[in-house]
Design a protein around this ligand. Structure first.
Ligand code: RBZ
Ligand code: NIO
Length: 341
């Protein structure tokens, strides 16, 4: 693994993002040809077939494999949490980091069943971001440091990447980012997060509106919106998703907060998420709308509203199934099965 980040500032990060490699078209064509001769009726594996071909393109081979899936859970604290926008106290962030390290969280169990390597990156938990209703959440130096932390957390030897998050209050910055990038109000994008009641939901929408008003001059500049309205773990997810692309590692996106991070990249470069698929549609009310804005079709829809990378980790199990079928099945010729022609 490289030891120094390949960029020192926002401009350096953006030039890497714009120079991102594309999928291998020859591998896509070869994978489609292989899919057509596998021992099944054409199209009978439904969306699994598309997933396998997508993996083939990013892995540059007709028969992709998942041998080294990686999950990184990024944690950060948010100044805006002091405004009562979460059903839980901010102390839960650091407590959950300990739980991740002890193996006791939902994501630990899902990583175990899928064989994913999991690490936790806690970002200055004792230094919450500034409250975005008052000032920019992050300084430029904090933004770059978080993008670097995310970038460096991706193991170039991984073959599938998932960014998870933990940060009490972080569905509020995620809603603010979505509103800033796609338009609409706090009420359009705020959801119940960890389980806010109606009064809390109203408060959260007002807080988002206040942030939008204060930072209206950020326009739809993805990284500036990320700096003003985001948070360290959200910026780190963006950095990691961009690094995965740089290394041609396909990504499964998780819920609302993860997709808000990804949206900041898409705002900078329209093809920035070509290596990503949406793992699931979460129960956070605006997640589906955000997926639609990003042109992503979720693999699963299980009513999860957890974060941590959990929905993406479950979708990884589906992807493992897709890849196992595509790469392991016999062809009609190999199996001596009539292809019906
Ligand atoms: C025990 C616990 C474990 C979690 N794991 C993820 N989250 C999720 O909830 C938070 C977002 O919701 P909000 O914006 O309402 O605070 C994030 O930390 C997210 O990852 C959790 C929340 C709690 C309480
Ligand atoms: O959509 C998510 O990932 C989500 C929803 C609620 C709380 N935490 C995460």
């Amino acid at each position: 693994m490289t030891v120094t980040p390949p960029f020192e500032d926002r401009a350096g990060f953006l030039s890497l993002l714009l120079a991102a490699p594309d999928a291998d078209g020859a591998a896509v064509a070869a994978a489609k040809a292989r899919d057509a001769v596998l021992t099944k009726p054409p199209g009978a594996l439904g969306r699994l077939e598309d997933l396998a071909v997508w993996m083939a393109g990013w892995q540059g081979r007709a028969a992709p494999e998942i041998n080294a899936p990686q999950v990184v859970v990024f944690a950060g604290n948010h100044g805006v949490a002091a405004q009562g926008v979460s059903a839980f106290p901010a102390d839960v962030t650091v407590q959950m980091v300990a739980n991740f390290e002890a193996g006791g969280a939902a994501i630990n169990q899902l990583c175990r069943v899928t064989g994913a390597a999991m690490t936790v990156v806690a970002l200055d938990l004792d230094r919450p971001t500034a409250d975005f209703t008052q000032e920019a959440a992050l300084t430029e130096a904090d933004l770059v440091a978080a993008l670097q932390a995310g970038w460096m957390s991706v193991d170039p030897a991984s073959d599938l990447f998932i960014a998870g998050e933990m940060g009490i209050g972080n569905s509020t910055p995620a809603a603010a980012i979505a509103a800033a990038l796609f338009g609409g109000t706090g009420a359009d994008w705020a959801g119940r997060g960890t389980g806010l009641d109606d009064a809390g939901l109203g408060r959260k929408a007002t807080v988002v509106d206040a942030g939008l008003a204060r930072h209206a001059d950020a326009g739809r500049d993805g990284l500036e919106v990320l700096r003003r309205l985001g948070g360290r773990e959200i910026a780190a997810m963006a950095g990691a998703i961009a690094a995965a692309r740089h290394h041609r590692i396909p990504v499964l996106l998780d819920g609302f907060i993860c997709c808000a991070a990804a949206a900041c990249l898409a705002a900078e470069h329209q093809d920035a998420l070509d290596h990503c698929r949406a793992g699931h549609a979460s129960a956070e009310q605006a997640h589906r709308r955000l997926l639609e804005k990003l042109g992503l079709d979720p693999i699963l829809d299980l009513g999860l509203r957890l974060g941590e990378g959990s929905g993406a980790a479950l979708a990884l199990a589906v992807l493992q199934g897709a890849v196992a079928c595509h790469s392991g099945m016999a062809t009609f010729a190999e199996a001596g099965v009539s292809d019906g022609a």
